[in-house]
Design a protein. Structure first.
Length: 321
């Protein structure tokens, strides 16, 4: 869906094709607020940060793993300055050659109040193999790969190494986590989830014990993810997360986050917000009813018809558990 299409839909619903009652900026703001509401109601803006299989060249449109930090138990999802962009890893694109132990990896500083990301390279035979985070950067402006605001990764070596490039991995507007997996040796395994109260009561008894993480939880109100035991070394990890959509600004902007069928609900909620501005409460309530009626239809329709083989004995045993 293109922003201009959203605008046309909302204008039709509120009978304002000539921008007599609402400016384009006001309708755009209502659409972005409606997209946020749709994302919260449907949990439909979902990103998976995954690692490429061994010996597979990195493809940033598909693979963008997250780096955990040795001995760190708590990982924040929100920036202290209110910006919800985070640098959580860096994917090596080209390893270069001739790099020495003096090699440094730096990220740009975030806006005032944010925490700057830091990292160190892993070098073998002069080639950069991996970049391990030593501090997640929080409070950065949200940005997508390829945009002018996306943070750059600078690799420098006074020892003469050249040719290495890397791309930062960013969380944008992440508000919840669905799963976390670790890459350990030649295996990928998923950490078990426990509620925060259960995690606090039973999983944090050992104060000075580190190893590969086994269990995770989230304190949603504070935006904190906790992993126990805290990792004993840097691990490449994979996170499945829920996000809020980034704002559409120009009429030609394409909505790649709130996608069909969920995008069909945006127009009704945006029209509701516009009519509330006019204090036309009766029409606003009608639009909200249209939205509320559309939500369950979309949920049912989005479920698909993929059904496992229910006669398979392994499947039956799993269900029985």
């Amino acid at each position: 869906m293109i922003l201009s299409d959203y605008i046309t839909q909302v204008q039709f619903l509120v009978h304002d094709q000539t921008f007599a009652d609402f400016t384009q900026s006001e309708i755009t703001s209502a659409i972005n607020n409606a997209r946020t509401s749709v994302a919260l109601d449907f949990h439909c803006v979902r990103q998976s940060f995954i690692s490429s299989p061994a010996l597979t060249p990195p493809n940033l449109s598909l693979y963008n793993p997250v780096s955990t930090i040795p001995s760190q138990e708590v990982y924040p999802l929100f920036g202290p300055n209110g910006n919800n962009g985070q640098i959580v890893g860096a994917q090596v694109l080209t390893g270069g050659s001739g790099y020495s132990p003096a090699t440094t990896v730096t990220f740009p500083a975030p806006p005032t109040g944010g925490v700057q990301a830091t990292a160190v390279p892993v070098i073998a035979n002069g080639v950069i193999q991996q970049i391990n985070m030593t501090n997640w950067g929080t409070g950065y402006d949200t940005a997508v790969v390829g945009s002018a605001g996306y943070p750059t990764v600078t690799i420098a070596d006074t020892g003469g190494g050249t040719g290495a490039t890397a791309q930062a991995t960013m969380f944008n507007n992440v508000f919840n986590v669905l799963s976390i997996s670790y890459i350990w040796g030649n295996q990928r395994y998923m950490l078990r989830y426990r509620s925060f109260t259960m995690f606090q009561a039973y999983m944090r008894s050992q104060l000075f014990f580190n190893q590969r993480g086994l269990i995770w939880t989230i304190q949603e109100q504070m935006g904190l993810v906790l992993i126990q035991p805290p990792p004993d070394q840097p691990y490449i990890s994979e996170w499945d997360v829920l996000c809020l959509p980034m704002a559409l600004i120009n009429p030609g902007d394409i909505d790649t986050q709130v996608v069909p069928p969920y995008s069909d609900a945006v127009q009704y909620y945006a029209a509701y917000l516009c009519l509330m501005k006019l204090q036309n409460f009766e029409q606003a309530e009608f639009m909200l009813k249209l939205y509320s009626a559309r939500v369950p239809r979309i949920i049912i329709g989005a479920g698909g018809i993929r059904i496992p083989n229910v006669y398979n004995r392994v499947f039956q045993r799993r269900v029985a558990r």
